[in-house]
Design a protein around this ligand. Structure first.
Ligand code: CA
Length: 164
């Protein structure tokens, strides 16, 4: 790991090279995430500690050149839950704006039934149009629940990592 600063962000970045060997050869990619973000695969993730509505959460991510997290795989879901507090719940970038069961990811990734992690019995109500990840005390597992969008929860932002 090396710390570095670029023009794009006026704060420290955490950079992770694919190999720990130094010195790095010329043009060797060094992938970076903003400091206080976590790196997984080719993305960077920010786990908020304050609670906001779904819309405010997405706006907050946008201000950081990110979007609410889009979950593409079991591995990504597991990475996320390993970094979440069991006592909290986190908005993700999945919503059903019309309440007709047409679930949409914020980055237009097609909604893929085979990579969903709903709790049993969810999604449950047409007026619950936004999705949280949580670990209910009554459940042994992490999973998704649809919920009213204006209730305040923590959230996770995602951006592509970038290289120097
Ligand atoms: Ca629900």
């Amino acid at each position: 790991y090396v710390f570095c600063i670029t023009m794009r962000f006026s704060f420290h970045l955490l950079c992770n090279s694919p190999s720990p060997s130094f010195p790095l050869p010329p043009f060797f990619p060094v992938y970076c995430c903003p400091k206080n973000w976590k790196s997984f695969s080719s993305s960077c993730y920010f786990f908020s500690t304050d609670a906001k509505s779904w819309n405010s959460s997405q706006e907050n991510c946008s201000r950081m050149e990110a979007h609410l997290v889009v979950i593409n795989s079991k591995e990504e879901q597991d990475f996320l839950t390993q970094n979440m507090a069991k006592t909290a719940a986190y908005f993700v970038g999945l919503s059903d704006p019309e309440g007709h069961g047409h679930w949409q990811w914020v980055d237009q990734t097609p909604y893929n039934q085979s990579a969903t992690f709903w709790h049993p019995g969810e999604p449950s109500h047409s007026e619950e149009r936004c999705v949280i990840v949580n670990h209910p005390s009554t459940s042994s597992k992490w999973g998704w629940n649809d919920i009213r969008c204006k209730v305040h929860y923590r959230s996770v932002c995602e951006m592509m990592n970038f290289y120097l």
